[in-house]
Design a protein around this ligand. Structure first.
Ligand SMILES: [Zn+2]
Length: 76
């Protein structure tokens, strides 16, 4: 038989539900509004790995050059 465990509110003793809004995460009581939150920073924002991105295309094709210009932020 599988048991379900859940945390209870410090204030009223009712069940807490997970909270995730933007960069905040935590637990919230739906009955009295008590909550405990912490900052959630997604892995992609703290990733310090250096990546190298390259693309292939025809340097004589205007659409290709414009696409590269737009992505890199360099003038066409
Ligand atoms: Zn509560």
């Amino acid at each position: 038989m599988k048991k379900n465990y859940f945390m209870v509110c410090e204030r009223c003793g009712r069940r807490l539900e997970r909270l995730k809004e933007g960069s905040a995460q935590g637990l919230r009581c739906a009955d009295c509004g008590w909550s405990v939150v912490t900052t959630h920073i997604s892995g992609i924002k703290v990733d310090e790995t250096k990546y190298e991105v390259s693309c292939g295309g025809d340097y004589k094709n205007e659409a290709h050059i414009r696409a590269v210009s737009e992505v890199t932020g360099y003038n066409f």
